[in-house]
Design a protein around this ligand. Structure first.
Ligand code: BES
Ligand code: MN
Ligand code: ZN
Length: 500
């Protein structure tokens, strides 16, 4: 779906369905909503007065003009309370409204930009949020179904009366379309079943991003990883039936004058736990154990589409974690590419193994910052809850602050957790430089301290185990993969100015 921008008044435009909005507590609508209300002889005011519609977040009212204007139906989306209003309310209102329009078999929808009027949000950001909420809400994963749900929706047009705002709106929509392409890719890769979303499939996705955007792609196979002494990555891959792939996407790699940011994503395409096998219940959810890699690929797609003025590298070590006669086992001692030896306590602590070699490889680029994303621990979910926030660990305060504020802007929230040496004590080994598991307590912290041993640059780690999937449908996200991380990282990169 494409979003067009047009100068017009919403009550006069040529669409079967128009979308306007209302703040909670407003009794006489103003702006575009007021103009529609007037054209409908006060039908919206009456709806409010009757108490049938209050403008709460998530509410969508449907009105039938019956010839009073060109549109066959008017949707009024609630924006919630004006004192709690932000871009997230815009995305949600846009998402709920377009889903309602689709359910009513609308074909040509026109919407105003939510929040740029009395909401007082900057026009470009409000337009971006309106377009993002609209497009992301329309996403569904039905590739495996023969009987797909039909959609009549053909066009969505953002209509703006004030010609001086059009440029900013077009800019916002251009960003939104690139971002949605990245989020859609990330969601698809996570939703795809693990027999399809194999390491080879992730590598193919990286190649097609490179073809589409001009990024440079390199995919290392098992032999390549051996040449790079990636013992930790290869240990996990030992039991895998699918060939492992070490995926690298580079944007502006020759431009050493630009600041360098490396993104590293955990790419376990299915995590059985290996020899330390997981219980069967809900094991299927472990198809999402490559959500970090998916977020990195999705972000790199956006970076390429927008041609961001930075040197950005995406790295995704991808393999399955399977039990097999060749699989690595507890008590094995493994050597990572920086020479550190690792005593295996649990083969189910495999994410930190593949990330170890990914983080060492990131160091080659002399990065100003490295951010890794991983569905790393169940303990992160215990700590922060499901679909609330990702756990954030940072060696540098300025990097932490940049990510927290990008998280607040996008509502892909991240929350700081400590990198204390106490956690490092738990992964000291008698036989090797470190253990790959510190046991039950503080598992999110010990896993982060493990990763830290493979970094020598400003670094942040995001444990996204609790946010990669959603059991329920949300305003602009179907149940299943959320695509978490893409919007966050793009916002982080867009606002990149080193603050150290
Ligand atoms: N992929 C899992 C973490 C996970 C759990 C993600 C639930 C999403 C939902 C990871 O590889 C894992 O198994 N972690 C173990 C580590 C332990 C063995 C040290 C965990 O968290 O239990
Ligand atoms: Mn595991
Ligand atoms: Zn895992």
């Amino acid at each position: 779906m494409e979003i067009n921008v047009k100068q017009d008044s919403i009550q006069a435009c040529d669409a079967d369905t128009i979308i306007v909005n209302l703040f909670e507590g407003v009794t006489t609508p103003g702006g575009a909503t007021g103009a529609v209300d007037a054209a409908l002889d006060g039908a919206i005011s009456e709806l409010i007065a009757s108490g049938d519609f209050r403008g709460k977040g998530g509410e969508v009212a449907v009105l039938y003009p019956r010839g009073a204007i060109r549109a066959r139906r008017v949707l009024v989306a609630g924006l919630g309370r004006s004192d709690k209003f932000d871009l997230e309310q815009v995305r949600r209102a846009a998402g709920e409204a377009i889903k309602k329009a689709r359910a009513l078999n609308a074909q040509h929808v026109a919407t105003i930009v939510h929040g740029a009027g009395i909401g007082r949000l900057p026009v470009a950001l409000a337009a971006q949020a309106t377009a993002e909420g609209t497009l992301l809400a329309l996403y569904r994963y039905d590739a495996q179904k023969q009987d797909k749900e039909e959609s009549w929706l053909k066009t969505v047009t953002i209509v703006e009366y004030d010609g001086q705002r059009l440029e900013a709106i077009r800019e916002g929509v251009r960003y939104a379309e690139a971002i949605v392409a990245g989020v859609t890719l990330a969601r698809d890769l996570v939703n795809e079943p693990p027999n399809i979303a194999t390491p080879t499939r992730l590598a193919e996705a990286a190649r097609s991003i490179a073809e589409e955007t001009g990024l440079k792609v390199t995919v290392g196979d098992r032999e390549w990883a051996q040449q790079h002494n990636m013992g930790a990555f290869l240990a996990v891959a030992k039991g895998a039936g699918e060939p492992p792939q070490f995926i690298i996407l580079e944007h502006n790699v020759e431009r050493e004058d630009l600041d360098t940011i490396v993104l590293v994503g955990k790419g376990i395409t299915f995590d059985t736990g290996g020899i330390s096998i997981k219980p069967g219940e809900n094991m299927g959810e472990m198809k999402s154990d490559m959500a970090g890699a998916a977020a990195v690929l999705g972000t790199m797609r956006v970076v390429g589409l927008l041609d961001l003025p930075l040197r950005v590298i995406g790295i995704a070590p991808a393999t399955e974690n399977m039990p097999d006669a060749h699989a690595y086992r507890p008590a094995d001692v493994i050597r990572a590419s920086n020479g550190k030896s690792i005593e295996i306590i649990s083969t189910d602590a495999e994410g930190r193994m593949v990330l170890a070699d990914g983080l060492v490889y990131a160091g080659r680029y002399r990065p100003h910052a490295v951010v890794d994303l991983a569905t790393l621990t169940g303990s992160a979910i215990i700590a922060l809850g499901q679909n609330v926030a990702a756990g954030l660990f940072s060696t540098h305060e300025w990097l932490r602050d940049q990510l927290v504020s990008a998280g607040a802007n996008t509502h892909e929230r991240v929350w700081p957790l400590p990198l204390w040496d106490d956690y490092a004590d738990e992964i000291k080994s008698e036989v090797a430089d470190m253990k790959n598991s510190g046991g039950r307590f503080g598992g999110v912290g010990t896993s982060a301290m493990f990763l830290k041993a493979f970094t020598d640059y400003p670094w942040s780690h995001l444990d996204i185990a609790g946010v990669a999937l959603s059991k329920k449908e949300r305003a602009y996200s179907a149940s299943g993969a959320t695509g978490f991380g893409v919007r966050l990282l793009v916002e982080f990169l867009r606002n990149w100015h080193r603050a150290e």
